[in-house]
Design a protein around this ligand. Structure first.
Ligand code: ADP
Length: 219
């Protein structure tokens, strides 16, 4: 895999965690923050770190920011700094700018500026945790569209030992099991004779309503 060069601006809780994980995944990361302490904390972990104000165009140019494959603006609470930084990054020609938004309005402005991807970590994590609290078997989910979801669900004890044919989930709920993650490996596109066991994780696709009903019934 090609080592991608990332720059993360703002090494607060979100930015530092993101930057660390990118390094763990084998990529080069430049961390930028105006706060010396935040930069010091990350100096051993990231490929490069620099104390700088990202709202200063000259500073961004001198860092050669336009040569990075992707720049993440992880400044949240200072909305003005976040927006100014994003404008400057697009202006100097950064290929891919990702920015964190704290509110819908903040996100709207970032979209208008032409940011390639706006993320809402707090909003999305809130939604995720709510789903997981309501459905204890739900491990993770991806919203494919407004109507369709893929969910990762822990197989409950009472479904253990049954084949997909026995369980007849498509007829009962309308949703399909597209993979079963077992200790021994993943079964992609399982057939009617594949058996579910406790400890397995099933990956289920369906409409939001079908998945919700299924989650509710196995909770
Ligand atoms: P989190 O909620 O993830 O901790 P914050 O918005 O509180 O996010 O922190 C963002 C970080 O961005 C802080 O460490 C702050 O010093 C840094 N920051 C804010 N404005 C700038 C700027 N203009 N240039 C560089 N870093 C900045």
């Amino acid at each position: 895999m090609k080592r991608t060069q990332y720059a993360v601006i703002g090494l607060g809780r979100f930015g530092s965690s993101l930057a660390k994980e990118l390094v763990k995944l084998g990529h080069e990361v430049l961390g930028i923050d105006q706060d010396e302490e935040a930069v010091d904390e990350m100096s051993e972990v990231l490929t490069h770190v620099v104390v700088a104000d990202s709202t200063d165009e000259e500073v961004l140019r001198s860092l050669g920011i336009r040569n990075f494959d992707c720049v993440v603006v992880a400044i949240g609470s200072d909305i003005q700094a976040s927006i100014l930084t994003a404008i400057l990054l697009k202006d100097v020609g950064v290929k891919k700018v990702v920015a964190k938004a704290l509110s819908e309005l903040h996100g709207k402005v970032l979209n208008k500026i032409g940011v390639d991807r706006v993320i809402y970590p707090e909003r999305d994590m809130g939604i995720r945790v709510a789903h997981q609290l309501v459905s204890p078997n739900l491990l993770d989910f991806i919203e494919l569209s407004k109507d369709y979801t893929i969910a990762e669900l822990a197989v409950p004890k009472r479904m253990s030992g049954w084949t997909l044919r026995d369980l007849n989930l498509r007829a009962k709920y309308g949703c399909s099991v597209v993979a079963i993650n077992k200790k021994q490996g993943v079964i992609i596109a399982p057939t009617a004779v594949d058996i579910l066991e406790e400890q397995d994780i099933m990956v289920v696709i369906g409409t939001n309503a079908q998945i919700e009903l299924f989650e509710h019934d196995i909770a």
